[in-house]
Every structure is written in structure tokens, then in C-alpha cells.
Design a protein around this ligand. Structure first.
Ligand code: FE2
Ligand code: FE2
Length: 270
């Protein structure tokens, strides 16, 4: 069991689009250096690793992801990764397209004796429909969502590439997940705390029904929207709050937001 600490840290980035004409190597390397200096406990790559799902683009993305230091990395495929049957390269070079992960932390609460043992439960899946930009979770996965998150006291994270709720400032407001309403209900019923996604290339935090839905922008390309800058997210999970910092690689903190966590039942003291 790890040493107790007052919070744990998640780094989130997406839409690196290796092979794209607007890919910027300096932005990618700056993102990697800054995330490594943040010493995250979990690194989430929310899809679109490539421009077109080609093998050499996955090899380049894998090389960059390999430069990240972190005890746990969770990576999902994006719609660009599934073009040209690229999901086969994803499975071989990056990892499974559907997975669950469990992490345990000891968290100190100020003003209390003993540590809180917190289990983080993660479900990450491929929300793509090959050669389409749209996404779908599908009814076949609803039972899996319910069964992955049985304990109310866990911190529950759902990771996909597509957005479940429209993101402002992105232009066309479409390409949402086809069954987003049903999926949001399943996630709410399962007391999911945090939904992480990419796809729209614009960072945004949506608190919704006791969930926090967090979009990451593109960290390493100039496939941006309007005046939006490339960015990535650092998420700190504290016993009572979640702090989300959106950072421009090599530049400014674009935003820092604080959110209350979902009320939870009595916790186990270590
Ligand atoms: Fe993208
Ligand atoms: Fe995408």
C-alpha cells in the first residue's frame, strides 16, 4: 500500500494526432515534460492519438506516451485512430480497447486521525464506430458499466473519446454519442464521479447530476477552435473537492476550477 497523502493527481490529455500536418513536436514535448514534473498517479490519454489510424502514426504516439513517467496509464482510441481499420494497430501497439483498472490510495483528511482508504475504479472503452466520426456506447455495454461500479464509496471514473454533452465554443454541435442520454442515465445510476473525454479539441468542465464531465483540448496540435489554445488538464482529487487546472503547454494556466465531490457513505479508516 502506498504512503498516505492529502490528494492524488490525474493528468489528462488527448487529440495529439501524430501524423497530422498541424502536429507540433515542441508542444508535445513540453506537455510531456510538464506532466512528468506534476508526478501524476494516473495518466489518461482520451483518444485521437493519430491523424488517420496508420501504423507509423501509432508508433510515433507510442514513443511519446512512453516518455511519460507514471505508475498507471489509461488510453482509449479515438475516431481518427479507428480510421483505415486502425483499431487493429491500436490493439497491438497501445493496448486493449476495453478495460477496467482499480487503484488504491491512502488519503489523509485534515483534522481527523487515521487515513481514508480510497479505491479508484476506472472503466475505459472504445466509443467509436469504424470510419465514422460519431460514437456509440451500445446497450451491450450497459450491464458492464453497472457491474464495474457496484460500491458507492469508490471514486468512479468513466473514460471515452467522444463527448456525452455538447461542448461550447467548438463550432458544429454534433457528433455526440448516439446513445448519450441512456449512457448518462447509466452513469448517474452507477454514481460515477468523473467522466473524461477528448474529441472536441476544447477543454471544458461540466458538472452534471453529481458527475464531473471533463473535456481535454488538443495538447500538441494547432487543430484548435477560434482563439482556443492547445492544452491539457491536471486533476487533483482531494477528500472533499476536485481541482481541475487547464494548462497551455509551455505557457499559461488557462483556468483552475474547484468542484465539490459527490457525497459518499461512511469511509473506512486505516
Ligand atoms: Fe481529435
Ligand atoms: Fe475525435
Amino acid at each position: 500500500m502506498a504512503e498516505p497523502r492529502d490528494h492524488y493527481t490525474i493528468a489528462q490529455f488527448s487529440d495529439i494526432h501524430c501524423g497530422d500536418i498541424r502536429f507540433d513536436e515542441a508542444l508535445m514535448e513540453e506537455t510531456i515534460a510538464e506532466i512528468n514534473s506534476a508526478r501524476p498517479d494516473l495518466i489518461v490519454v482520451a483518444g485521437d492519438l493519430t491523424a488517420g489510424g496508420y501504423r507509423e502514426q501509432f508508433e510515433e504516439a507510442k514513443r511519446y506516451i512512453g516518455m511519460l513517467d507514471g505508475p498507471e496509464k489509461v488510453i482509449v482510441a479515438g475516431n481518427h485512430d479507428c480510421r483505415n481499420v486502425g483499431f487493429l494497430h491500436f490493439e497491438e501497439l497501445i493496448g486493449p480497447r476495453f478495460r477496467t483498472v482499480e487503484l488504491d490510495f491512502r488519503v489523509c483528511c485534515e483534522g481527523t486521525t487515521g487515513d481514508v482508504q480510497e479505491r479508484v475504479k476506472i472503466l475505459a472503452l472504445d466509443s467509436n464506430k469504424p470510419d465514422l466520426n460519431d460514437g456509440e456506447i451500445g446497450r451491450d455495454h450497459y450491464t458492464w458499466i453497472r457491474d464495474t461500479f457496484p460500491r458507492r464509496e469508490d471514486y468512479k471514473i468513466f473514460i471515452l473519446h467522444h463527448h456525452l454533452v455538447s461542448i461550447p465554443g467548438t463550432g458544429r454541435e454534433r457528433n455526440v454519442v448516439w446513445d448519450s442520454g441512456d449512457v448518462l442515465e447509466k452513469l448517474r445510476d452507477a454514481d460515477v464521479d468523473l467522466v473524461m473525454h477528448g474529441h472536441r479539441h476544447v477543454p471544458y468542465n461540466w458538472p452534471l447530476a453529481n458527475m464531473l464531465i471533463v473535456s481535454s483540448g488538443t495538447c500538441s496540435t494547432w487543430r484548435t477552435r477560434g482563439y482556443t489554445q492547445p492544452s491539457y488538464n491536471i486533476i487533483e482529487v482531494w477528500p472533499e473537492i476536485v481541482v481541475i487546472t487547464t494548462k497551455v503547454p509551455g505557457g499559461e494556466v488557462a483556468s483552475r476550477d474547484h468542484f465539490h465531490r459527490r457525497p459518499r457513505p461512511a469511509v473506512t479508516k486505516g
